[in-house]
Ligand binder design. Structure first.
Ligand code: SF4
Length: 288
């Protein structure tokens, strides 16, 4: 069996930054309780690591008691600017761990509102990042039309000036086909063709597409909450070839027997997978 490491497939730089910022907060021990709203990144091992360091993960910052003695952080994909402003005075400290590529979408949203554009937001419902950007635009007293499927594109006047924003972790090919359809329907559509899809998502999708013909099965180190892995997996599923899902290198033992049926195995992971975890998996596979 030959094993191909499909790169990049490790922490994206902004996930790495969020983790090291939270680590710094803990190491600067100010004898305050540290809270993080939602998973800092979609990785249970990372979340557990911080739990062991006494970081408390909450769904709602309003439930936190003794706010004045607490340091509040938010996940790398989750913070509405208005929320941030609102909570600043309530807590001892509020530290923003948000990825700048998510911040960029907020800034674009604000510009489109100021230019009176009709905003379409392409999202996957219930994803925290998506919910926050929608809430942000609504807090600007502006309407935002949300959808994912082509048949959900709204019927408006043909000359309406549309601006398109999107979640950072969508499937790039699907996004392009959607923009094509929107532009055909509304010629006055403004959107960047390279989209708001973040580079980490785009690069992982491109690397997998380039490897499709070189492997006959794929191992994905993933976590179910990760949107960018789900999109990655969709690319592979179109080949109808075998995919193995594991959450960490420790689970390779469980799939070892089945792997013997394949000659060229690819291995990839989502942007919240630690670099050492990928190499650990790669080494285990190569030593067999
Ligand atoms: S996956 Fe993309 S949006 Fe998320 S932290 Fe990394 S670069 Fe930012």
């Amino acid at each position: 069996m030959k094993v191909k490491l499909i790169t990049p497939s490790w922490f994206c730089m902004w996930v790495e930054r969020a983790i090291s910022m939270l680590d710094d907060i803990i190491n600067n021990n100010e004898w305050k309780k540290v809270y993080c709203v939602h998973e800092i990144v979609h990785n249970p091992n990372v979340v557990n690591y911080f739990k062991q360091k006494w970081v408390v993960f909450v769904d709602n910052y309003e439930d936190i008691e003794d706010k004045q003695n607490s340091i509040l952080t938010f996940s790398a994909h989750w913070i509405n600017k208005f929320t941030l402003k609102k909570v600043l005075k309530d807590f001892y400290k509020v530290i923003n761990l948000e990825c700048p590529l998510v911040t960029k979408v907020y800034n674009e949203g604000k510009i489109f509102v100021e230019r009176w554009k009709t905003i379409f937001y392409i999202w996957k419902k219930w994803h925290q990042e998506a919910e926050q950007i929608v809430e942000f635009i609504q807090d600007l007293w502006w309407k935002v039309y949300v959808f994912l499927r082509k048949n959900q594109i709204l019927k408006l006047d043909k000359n309406t000036e549309i601006a398109v924003l999107n979640q950072t972790t969508l499937n790039y090919n699907y996004f392009v086909s959607l923009i094509w359809k929107i532009t055909k329907k509304y010629p006055n559509t403004e959107s960047m063709w390279n989209s708001d899809i973040c580079k980490a998502t785009f690069d992982r999708q491109t690397a997998l597409k380039n490897s499709l013909n070189q492997i006959d099965s794929l191992i994905v180190i993933w976590w179910k909450n990760s949107s960018n892995t789900k999109e990655l997996v969709k690319i592979w599923e179109e080949t109808w070839k075998k995919v193995f899902f594991i959450q960490s290198s420790d689970e390779i033992e469980n799939i070892k027997k089945d792997l013997q049926n394949y000659e060229f195995v690819g291995i990839t992971a989502w942007a919240s997978t630690p670099t050492n975890e990928i190499y650990k998996a790669w080494n285990i596979l190569n030593s067999n």
